[in-house]
Design a binder for this molecule. Structure first.
Ligand code: T4K
Length: 369
């Protein structure tokens, strides 16, 4: 069958065979425990901690509620320094916590917050830094930690893209005061929707677990204004099953990544970000920069691909700082975010999914080269 016109999207979630899920569903149906820290929820937290090699993890219904709760757990107020080059949720959670976002520029190689720009943005109001490991590329965690210690700031990593990324043989989610993961359908590891906070001691995990359950301490005691962030049993069951397939998923993604690198290295004007040392990647996105030397503009290439059924995405254009609710902030000025603007104007994320086949990749690469 000729599928040369079939659409290819930026991603396609991995799903195990439906038959593999049935035993989990039968257990849920038999027990009638659908949510509120049921058996799958508890087992999933244990298995995740083991898989990632971290001590304490609290799972959530989605990554955004996990981020919102992480800020509450650390009682963040005042100003937080963050990146404009991310999905809009990264900044919205600050706004929902009535915290002022302060944007700082990014590094031209990693597209993550530039530590030197963080230091320059600190004021007496600054209480925390919220960097993002964008596309799963680790931030300069050492430098960020030094700056945070020197200025007595908290660090909350938005690690939404970084499931299973390792730095110096340790999960990247182990860094920072708290790290927040997303298990959304479009992520490397998905539970349809989902998220988690990695913390570093039992007291903090307990605090987070109470905050995600309305602040309940016991049946008759509520100590804080919590929220409903609980992951349900269906999501946890999917998560337990997906964990068993992670290696296969990453291996397939790696093969797609390597195919692109090899095929696109001969495309004049297309820049592929370099791999970093001491990093085990998860191959979550395949960003390219369309530079002035390429025969089309970035938007020209984006439209050309669309015309042929390839739905690549311009993550993360526009910058968060350019959305109307943030563009008035002094730190949103283009002069403050020159690198971020350049990257946002050149970037395209090509389709990357474990299901992509050689013929799909040839179709995509032939349109680009
Ligand atoms: N922090 C960062 C850095 C993030 O990137 C995100 C989420 C968050 C925080 C918040 O975490 P969550 O609360 O979401 O857990 C998508 C996702 O909705 C969003 O989760 C993600 N970042 C963001 C980068 O991408 P869209 O608007 O691009 O999604 P959408 O619906 O256009 O999907 C893209 C393509 O994926 C579709 O064209 C087809 C495919 N797809 C999508 C879905 C949802 C499927 O094949 N099946 C699906 O179920 O935002």
């Amino acid at each position: 069958m000729d599928d040369s016109q079939n659409p290819i999207f930026v991603t396609k979630p991995f799903l195990p065979e439906l038959s593999e899920l049935m035993p989990y569903l039968e257990k849920i149906w038999a027990g009638h425990q659908l949510t509120n820290s049921g058996p799958f929820h508890q087992e999933f937290e244990k298995e995740l901690a083991r898989h990632l090699g971290v001590e304490h993890i609290s799972v959530f219904v989605n990554g955004t509620l996990a981020l919102l709760t992480a800020l509450q757990a650390l009682r963040i107020v005042g100003e937080v320094i963050t990146t404009p080059f991310s999905f809009v949720a990264t900044t919205h959670v600050l706004t929902w916590n009535r915290v002022r976002p302060i944007f700082a520029d990014i590094d031209p190689e990693t597209f993550n917050l530039d530590p030197e720009k963080i230091e320059a943005a600190i004021t007496p109001e600054t209480t925390a830094i919220m960097p993002v490991h964008v596309y799963g590329t680790p931030c300069n965690v050492q430098r960020i930690s030094e700056i945070a210690s020197k200025h007595n700031l908290r660090v909350i990593y938005d690690a939404a893209h970084a499931f299973d990324v390792k730095y110096n043989n340790q999960s990247i989610a182990a860094y920072g005061d708290l790290s927040v993961l997303s298990f959304h359908a479009t992520k490397v590891f998905n539970t349809f929707e989902g998220g988690a906070i990695v913390s570093h001691n039992p007291e903090m995990k307990l605090r987070i677990d109470r905050l995600k359950n309305f602040g309940f301490v016991d049946e008759v005691t509520v100590l804080e204004a919590g929220i409903n962030g609980k992951m349900n049993e269906f999501q946890a069951a999917v998560g337990l099953l997906q964990l068993q397939h992670m290696q296969e998923v990453i291996d397939r993604r790696k093969a797609v990544h390597e195919y692109y690198v090899q095929a696109l290295s001969r495309a004049k004007g297309i820049r592929i970000p370099a791999a970093l040392p001491n990093v085990e990647r998860n191959y979550s996105y395949f960003p390219i920069l369309v530079t002035e030397e390429y025969r089309l503009t970035r938007d020209g290439l984006y439209e050309h691909l669309r015309k042929h059924g390839i739905f690549a995405r311009r993550y993360f254009y526009p910058l968060i700082s350019d959305f109307s609710m943030y563009s008035h902030l002094p730190s949103s000025s283009p002069a403050n975010l020159m690198v971020a603007h350049r990257v946002a104007e050149q970037v395209i994320c090509l389709p990357l999914a474990p299901t992509l086949e050689k013929k799909d990749l040839d179709r995509i690469c032939d349109l680009i080269v």
